[in-house]
Write a protein that binds this ligand. Structure first.
Ligand SMILES: [Zn+2]
Length: 290
């Protein structure tokens, strides 16, 4: 079973989600369908992590659950998902109005939905790559992003372990792009499903074989290296969904097969406190000391 999971889980979960989305998009309201698919995928991944963890000590999550649930509610669902759905809904509507007035749209609505998503991804990922890279190299931004890197284990639920300001900072630009391109709601919803599942898998404590996909997607193995406790290794693999910009701009990192697993994650000598409220205050306190 572990071998089957290793070989097929990553691809299968993504394909099943895309298939279910396309099957149900006309029968279930998109604002419900997206969170239903994401939550179901998260439960499946958590179940798989419990049964077949990649690293046993990362599976000891009892102490982390409270903090990760808080972050999932506040940063993941609250600031992240609700902002995406409500504001992007408004921006889609405004974008459609604008393209009707101008009688022109920059977005290729007539092509296949997968190419529409690829088109959107290539644009959004360019900006998210540089924003992410900047948040590692700019001290003030790093203090917010450090919260996300502070856990010393990877598991699917700590994907939302991000300061709300860090989430907002990285959301504004993609949302602006939604508006200016005049993207349609179903394309954006499928994009949210794909990015959500990719993010859960990236953080999961699962051994997943992704082979050639490592040169197209920001796969778990690449993203685990981005969370490495060795700073020079963590300064790589900034891509959120695609890895193309890391390949282009020289920040792609995948060591050879013999030392391929990253087992030590977190931030060495980090001053990030343990408590949720203290973590929210942490960047502001540290900025005052700069
Ligand atoms: Zn990062």
């Amino acid at each position: 079973m572990r071998t089957l999971l290793k070989k097929y889980f990553y691809h299968s979960l993504l394909i099943i989600n895309v298939f279910l989305f396309l099957l149900l998009k006309d029968t279930i309201y998109l604002a419900y369908l997206t969170p239903i698919l994401l939550l179901s995928s998260l439960f499946v991944i958590i179940f798989a992590e419990k049964k077949y963890p990649k690293i046993l000590k990362w599976g000891e999550v009892k102490k982390d659950i409270k903090l990760d649930v808080f972050y999932t509610l506040v940063s993941g669902i609250g600031v992240g998902h609700i902002t995406k759905i409500t504001i992007s809904g408004l921006l889609i509507w405004l974008g459609e109005k604008l393209s009707k007035i101008l009688d022109f749209s920059l977005f290729p609505h007539s092509i296949n939905i997968f190419f529409q998503i690829l088109f959107y991804l290539l644009i959004v990922e360019f900006f998210s790559y540089w924003l992410h890279r900047l948040s590692h190299n700019q001290k003030k931004l790093w203090l917010f992003h450090e919260i996300h890197h502070s856990p010393n284990k990877m598991w699917s639920l700590n994907v939302s372990r991000s300061h709300p300001i860090d989430i907002l900072y990285r959301l504004i630009l993609p949302l602006m792009i939604v508006f200016f391109l005049g993207i349609k709601e179903d394309v954006l919803s499928l994009y949210l499903v794909i990015t959500g599942v990719v993010s859960f898998l990236q953080h999961s404590n699962l051994e997943l074989e992704t082979k050639r996909l490592n040169y197209f997607f920001a796969t778990p193995i690449l993203h685990h290296w981005h969370h490495s406790s060795e700073k020079n290794k963590a300064q790589n693999n900034f891509g959120h969904v695609l890895i193309i910009y890391d390949l282009i701009f020289g920040t792609y990192y995948l060591p050879n097969i013999n030392e391929q697993e990253c087992k030590d994650v977190g931030v060495k000598n980090s001053k990030v406190p343990k408590d949720f409220i203290d973590q929210l205050k942490y960047p502001f306190k540290e900025i005052n000391k700069l």
